[in-house]
Design a protein around this ligand. Structure first.
Ligand SMILES: *Cc1c(COP(=O)(O)O)cnc(C)c1O
Length: 460
């Protein structure tokens, strides 16, 4: 260890004074001192390993970077230019203005979360959404929990623990993010009985598996894949009839579950939640933040007697929703009740965005970038996805801003920028798909692009 190298390091005081002149009190003095000590300790260690002493500017830079990282939230908003609407990694559904203002109104003060205003006595948080959900889905009653995984777990634990649950082999699926139907069943204490084959399961397969130990038939939306070709699934009428005759429950995990008809928006036809209820499912579970377009939540709709039993189950206490979720869900559901979902809920605004408006936004952005001297940019037709395990394989035609110069380094810069922009790389181009960029983010997207391009050209 060389003494001269140690002597070359500045004092904590000097380093702190230099940094504090630049950071405008974003962090209290004592915290900056701690960061400076840590940076100097690290420098001492690297010097001890025989490396050269960092310069004063390098050390000050390290302190500044650490301070900046500490004072910036880890969870940050970003511009989703991937074209995947329900993007789980990017926070799934953006919330409607009505949902956001409901959360703010309820969150900034007190509320009647568990208070019966008419009686002036304790009430239940589980009553707030029941009537709206019942009205929208046609079910008798409803319950909201933390997410759809929780909805399925609670339902199976409540009605099937220690008993058998029959499921088609083709539906014992993994959704992603660690949600595997066989694992959830095991966790609930139910025994999985798989019937049929991956591609073909008949009503008589289910019928043959029913024993006095059977609690339920479980059907699961395949969500992230399709089985095509030589396939068979029983008709809903037959399943309903079978479950009813045998006196077992029909529980349905409808995953993304939409209240609107996808086929009205150029997507493949699929049962809505209302369809599943009408088909005779005793309980239908679905997510709040996929095609519903609300906050993270799991919704369970079905017969009042069954929902009543779920409400009394001790596990519910661990899976319950908070007041902000209830506020956002209620506002989101109200948009559906008013028939305004397509205008008010971002997921449906994005799904229904007309191709011409995406095209004209792309052209406008391209012109503005060209106006700044950028040549390698064009408007390009692309395919956007609904995502989130909803409507597997479903794409919508869209328009993107495509940049062909150094797509990967540029993408990295955009991910490190402010605001952060995430796009996708295809055909050696960086594509910024406008379907998932909120229209009021176009200017911010242009600014982020110009800043990233500027940085990139300075370096090269
Ligand atoms: C997405 C999904 C789930 C999990 O829902 P979360 O709300 O993410 O917990 C469960 N089942 C199916 C079929 C799904 O598509």
């Amino acid at each position: 260890m060389s003494n001269t190298a140690h002597r070359a390091l500045p004092s904590v005081d000097r380093l702190v004074r230099a940094v504090e002149e630049q950071i405008n009190g974003t962090l209290p003095h004592a915290e900056v001192v701690q960061v400076a000590r840590m940076v100097l300790d690290t420098a001492r260690r690297t010097i001890a390993q025989g490396e050269a002493a960092p310069s004063f500017d390098e050390l000050a830079g390290q302190v500044r970077e650490t301070v900046a990282r500490l004072t910036q939230p880890s969870l940050r908003p970003l511009i989703n230019a991937t074209g995947v609407i329900v993007q789980t990694n990017l926070g799934r559904a953006p919330l409607s203005a009505a949902a956001l203002s409901a959360m703010q109104a309820v969150g900034r003060g007190y509320s009647n979360l568990e208070y019966d205003l008419a009686a002036g006595a304790r009430g239940s948080r589980y009553h707030h959404l029941t009537e709206l959900l019942a009205r929208l889905t046609g079910a008798e009653a409803a319950l909201a929990v933390n997410n759809n995984a929780a909805a399925v777990l609670l339902t199976l634990t409540c009605f099937c623990a220690g008993k058998e649950v029959i499921i088609s082999r083709g539906q014992a699926v993994e959704i992603g993010g660690g949600f595997r139907i066989p694992d959830v069943l095991r966790q609930s204490g139910a025994r999985l009985v798989e019937v049929g084959t991956t591609n073909r399961t008949y009503t008589h397969d289910y019928a043959a598996a029913i024993t006095p130990d059977t609690a339920a038939i479980l059907t699961v939306h395949r969500s992230n894949f399709r089985v095509v070709g030589f396939t068979h699934e029983p008709h809903e009428m037959e399943l309903h009839h079978l479950a009813h005759e045998a006196g077992v429950l029909w529980i349905d995990d409808w995953g993304s579950g939409s209240l609107l008809r996808p086929e009205h928006y150029g997507l493949a036809a699929e049962d809505t939640i209302q369809d599943r209820v009408a088909a005779g499912c005793d309980l239908v579970c679905f997510s709040g933040d996929k095609l519903l377009g609300g906050p993270q939540a799991g919704l369970i709709v079905g017969a009042a007697e069954l929902i009543g039993r779920l409400r009394k189950h001790p596990l519910l206490r661990a899976l319950r929703v908070d007041k902000l979720t209830i506020a956002a869900l209620e506002a989101t559901l109200l948009s559906y009740l008013r028939g305004r979902a397509e205008e008010e809920i971002p997921v449906w605004q994005m799904i229904s965005a007309p191709l011409e408006s995406l095209h004209s936004r792309a052209v406008t952005i391209v012109e503005r970038l060209r106006g700044q001297g950028l040549a390698a940019v064009e408007a390009r037709a692309c395919e956007s996805a609904v995502g989130g395990g909803s409507l597997p394989g479903a794409t919508l035609p869209g328009w993107a801003v495509a940049i062909s110069a150094l797509p990967d380094p540029l993408h990295a810069r955009l991910r490190g920028g402010d605001p952060v922009v995430v796009g996708r790389i295809a055909d050696d181009r960086l594509l910024l798909d406008l379907r998932t960029v909120l229209p009021d983010q176009d200017d911010a997207l242009i600014q982020a692009l110009l800043a990233a391009l500027h940085e990139e050209s300075r370096r090269s």
